[in-house]
Write a protein that binds this ligand. Structure first.
Ligand code: THU
Length: 141
């Protein structure tokens, strides 16, 4: 579980990043902020591209910021999008999170008004394939 102060800090960081989103094609701005087990917060926004598939998600930006800052584990992430529907991480980002987060990591889905719902990564990506699977194979092919 993450405490209220951390949720507030994640929301503020995600909102600040979302304000910088580059989303001229979808017009759907997203911000994400994650916290490491050490308490460091890293944020990202979506960055689209005229070549549409080249665009990147807010979660990917937050993960890149974490790795560039020396972090390697995600305790929780908050994703902030607009509209009435839940802005849950896309399938590719669920897998990106899996690389650095345990199945019990918290994924908070928020709208501009605040947190809407809380998931675990395992709920969003059940029976997942992660680094531990390769570890268990011991280098076998
Ligand atoms: N997007 C994210 O950045 N994160 C999500 O969790 C869902 C979708 C972005 C990708 C694209 O720039 C825009 O939202 C519309 O799909």
């Amino acid at each position: 579980m993450i405490d209220d102060a951390t949720v507030d800090a994640l929301f503020a960081a995600a909102a600040a990043a979302r304000a910088q989103a580059y989303a001229p094609y979808s017009r759907f701005a997203v911000g994400a902020a994650l916290v490491t087990p050490e308490g460091a917060i890293h944020a990202g926004c979506n960055v689209e591209n005229a070549a549409y598939p080249v665009g990147s998600c807010a979660e990917a930006g937050a993960i890149s910021a974490m790795v560039a800052g020396g972090g390697h584990r995600i305790a929780a992430i908050l994703v902030l999008g607009g509209g009435d529907a839940l802005c849950t991480p896309c399938g590719a980002c669920r897998q990106r999170l899996r690389e650095f987060a345990a199945e019990n990591a918290t994924v908070l889905v928020a709208g501009p008004e605040g947190v809407r719902r809380s998931f675990t990564l395992g709920e969003l990506l059940p029976a997942s394939f992660g680094p531990d699977v390769l570890d268990a194979a011991g280098g076998a092919r």
